[in-house]
Design a protein around this ligand. Sequence first.
Ligand code: RET
Length: 216
Amino acid sequence: LILWGGTDVMASGTVAVSAMGWGEQNERKQEFYIITIFITAIASVAYFSMATGYGLIEVPVGGETLDIYWARYADWLFTTPLLLLDLALLANASRREIGGLVILDSFMIVTGLVGALSKTMLARYTWWFISTVAMILVLYFLYSVLGARAQQMSSDVQSTFTALRNLTLVLWTLYPILWIVGTEGAGVVNLYVETLGFMVLDVSAKVGFGLILLRS
Ligand code: RET
């Protein structure tokens, strides 16, 4: 049910962003609309696959069987670089800066996936740690390098950038925390609560982010 909710919200977000961007003549704005439409469209397909039971795999870990939604990682592998691209274009980052950010971000998602599929707790925690270090570097890069770039833009762009960057810093940090307390890690939080948590985070980080960006 939660996953169907996620599918619906992401699909509605896609329609809303498309409607907002319809007939937009400004090329810089068109770019942001297109990127953001891809973000919500990819997420709605990923949620649909999880809701229909396709994006799920069983991983044996120490005598137990974990249900792992691998489709999340497929979603994040494409949507997190696109979110960063939105921020980077807003801050007028260089090609090399964008390239570095995207590679580091993909590394974060792929190592997180390997952790989710690993069969021993030691391996799972180690991959989580590696992925989290990559995330800290990504967020630090956003703060320092892109922050400095944004300083050179108009005050309008600066305030939108700062709002989106802060939203990103807070929301992204919650992902590894939910993962480690959830079923992938310590199992303090059950699959139902975890799925709900990721859904709220994904909707805020994608649709919330898109609305702030595109209304500015
Ligand atoms: C994982 C695995 C454990 C370590 C880390 C993770 C980070 C995930 C992040 C995901 C962000 C997703 C977004 C989706 C948009 O809707 C993969 C959970 C660090 C930061 C923003």
